[in-house]
Design a protein around this ligand. Sequence first.
Ligand code: NAI
Length: 339
Amino acid sequence: LRSALRRSAAASLMSSRGFASASGQQRKVAILGAAGGIGQPLSLLMKLNPMVSHLCLYDIAGTPGVAADVSHINTRSEVNGYAGEDQLGAALEGSDVVIIPAGVPRKPGMTRDDLFKINAGIVKSLCEGIAKYCPNALVNMISNPVNSTVPIAAEIFKIKGVYDPRRLFGVTTLDVVRAKTFYAGKANANVADVNVPVIGGHAGITILPLFSQATPSANLSAEEITALTKRTQDGGTEVVEAKAGKGSATLSMAYAGAIFADACLKGLNGVPDVVECSFVQSTVTELPFFASKVRLGKNGVEEVLGMGHLTDFEKQGLEALKPELKSSIEKGISFVHDN
Ligand code: NAI
């Protein structure tokens, strides 16, 4: 059945040529897990991005249909669907940016770490493919637990001799998106003008929004800051519970993933001063990986920015998150060496 599925997927591999602008740079983006809850709306949003000339949608199944659908949108990029492991190489070959939302999402009562067993193996095999077929791509890791899957990717790339820390990113943009939305509501600010850095990692208390650095500034009480911090940390769980067993954030995540990939593409294309928060290899703290503001450029990370001044509340949050983040990072590294 598996090989029959693959054959039919190969037979119906879709391709369509969009309207490539002669002046635009050629940029190929691959989405791994493109038929999923995040993957589908993310494919749509990347199809709308004028910097993308070639969009490759990969999943274990279902991508020919998603690709056929998305390819009819009259924007620049050519779209191809790839299904099954034997098509992974073709999907990845020559990619500038690879976005990975492959894997299982949470159900109520689960932590992101509960996903480790399944997603660690998926991420490992996809990263082996990246090392082989597009070792220079910028990798945007969405699959959870991000605090462990990013170290897994780094170890795989090291083993394969292609690791460049400037090219590996844990996507924490949804934490920033949530912090902005929740802050705007409390601060009575226009959400479009709001900025909030979020540092640390991407799970529970490892998510540390820095509302003291939020702009425009607002005079929020300590109680309000505490509540906003908690809501940002629990934002994912809020969605998991509301979806009641039907998965986790997909639409807001697709939006956040599209924002981050757009920033990566802008950096590659030489747009100056592109800054986003991301979970990257870091010396900002004693931990080997840490999320903070990052300046993006032609080779990926151009500069990992520091965390700026923290309030006592934020300093406490930072110290509290370190043990959990450290152990999640170590769990990812051990997984690669024990398997
Ligand atoms: P989903 O189950 O709807 O979709 C996952 C897709 O991955 C499926 O289409 C599945 O076929 C595919 N897949 C499974 N194994 C694969 C493989 N070996 N190669 C390629 N594709 C494979 O899940 P959803 O909701 O799209 O979530 C995906 C991941 O994103 C989960 O791990 C989830 O926890 C994570 N996530 C991350 C967030 C973040 O802020 N970084 C936010 C929300 C979710």
